[in-house]
Design a protein around this ligand. Structure first.
Ligand SMILES: Cc1ncc(COP(=O)(O)O)c(C=O)c1O
Length: 394
């Protein structure tokens, strides 16, 4: 049977499962007792799976945040931006220089956060255009940068960066590699250890279908060492709530420095168990299957995709509106077809829409949603060829 009811096809926050919602409906527990430490251990173990790190036990008191690969995961009470700020504020000294290439809104946000805490060279490519790797290599070769920071999967323009190539450059020039993986971790292949990434950030409400308002970071040993050294030398940036040294102190004991987002942590742990049940690679493959169907379908229908070919994202597809259509289409789609996609940001507002293919979205929901999108375009007078929508997702 096909999908019934609303189609919710946005690139996060995505729909939460019954198990996640039920877990969040747990009555209050204390922030310091064994019950919460049980939750943290469960959450940490699930986070390690999502980050594609070596496994850890779900049991309290077993340092479930760490693993053989030397990475530690830390849950952050706050959205993805808080976690990204935590990484940047703690890792760099005010005089450190970092390189930040961008091709969309969220990369620009990484650049903006860096401006608060260190010296930055921002190379802004057009939204959706691939980075010029030769230019970046030339920059890194100058030997003046402490780190390269990227938004791995640029949700605003639907492009995924070539992280493997960038990682290799970082290794060659001995530069730290840090990724905003907020819409990649759990939905696209991310290999922190293989890429020798110092830090990767994820947000719960995206590919892992958890609640909004909680996020996590994965950091390696070198990152931890640098944070401690900078702190000891006394030339660190000011931090308080987002102090990583305090968070690291508490981590071994399945604790957090401040009262954590307890019920969000419970919900997220449940979502991550579902990710484990599906299997990380299976989830990557499902996202890829959904996105490749969307790309082929809308291309055949005559639409233009914003992102450069070969790097189009498998968790979000950015599609230009045809002549004569604007966001009134999206409003109608929501009102008359009970189907939600998202619009564009900044200078592309009203010029394109974005379809999410992350979290637990099923093939059936995507097929139904795409049929409704086509019907809605036609109802607004935009002629489209006849296509067999389901065949694009076979
Ligand atoms: C790639 C990326 N980075 C950062 C963010 C910001 O995350 P949050 O809204 O959780 O702070 C988003 C949100 O859409 C995103 O997609």
């Amino acid at each position: 049977m096909g999908h019934q009811g609303d189609c919710f096809l946005v690139p996060g926050p995505v729909r939460m499962s019954e198990a996640c919602l039920q877990a969040m409906a747990t009555p209050a527990i204390t922030a310091r007792g064994t019950e919460f430490r049980d939750v943290m251990a469960d959450l940490n173990s699930g986070l390690r799976t999502a980050f594609n790190l070596t496994p850890s036990s779900r049991e309290r008191g077993t340092e479930s945040w760490s693993g053989e690969d030397g990475y530690k995961v830390i849950a952050v009470s706050g959205s993805g931006t808080a976690a990204m700020e935590m990484v940047i504020a703690n890792r760099f000294r005010p005089n450190d220089r970092v390189l930040v290439p961008t091709n969309g809104k969220f990369g620009e946000r990484v650049a903006d956060i860096c401006k608060q805490y260190c010296q930055i060279k921002h190379i802004a490519y057009e939204w959706g255009r691939s980075f010029d790797l030769m230019e970046l290599e030339e920059q890194l070769g100058r030997g003046t940068f402490e780190a390269l920071l990227i938004c791995h999967n640029e949700t605003s323009s639907g492009i995924t960066q070539d992280a493997a190539a960038l990682a290799q450059m970082c290794q060659e020039y001995n530069v730290a590699f840090i990724l905003d993986g907020i819409t990649s971790v759990g939905g696209l292949p991310v290999h922190p250890a293989l890429w020798n990434a110092e830090a990767v950030v994820m947000g719960a409400q995206k590919c892992t279908a958890g609640p909004s308002g909680i996020a996590a970071i994965a950091i390696n040993e070198h990152f931890v060492e640098r944070v401690h050294t900078i702190r000891q030398q006394g030339d660190s940036n000011p931090v308080y709530y987002l102090d990583l040294v305090s968070a690291i102190k508490k981590g071994d004991d399945d604790q957090t420095p401040w009262t954590p987002a307890i019920n969000l942590a419970m919900g997220w742990a449940a979502s991550l168990r579902e990710l484990e049940d599906e299997g990380l690679e299976n989830r990557w493959n499902r996202c890829a299957h959904l996105a490749s169907g969307v790309r082929a379908l809308f291309s055949d229908l005559g639409f233009m995709l914003l992102a450069d070919g070969g790097q189009q994202s498998d968790t979000v597809t950015a599609i230009m509106y045809p002549e004569g259509i604007d966001d009134s289409w999206r409003n109608k789609l929501k009102r008359d077809y009970q189907t939600q996609v998202i619009g564009a940001q900044d200078h592309l507002k009203g010029k394109m829409f974005r379809i999410g293919s992350m979290g637990t979205t099923s093939v059936e929901e995507m097929i139904e949603g795409c049929k409704r999108m086509i019907d809605c375009f036609r109802e607004m007078g935009h002629e489209l060829p006849n296509v067999d929508v389901a065949s694009y997702f076979a």
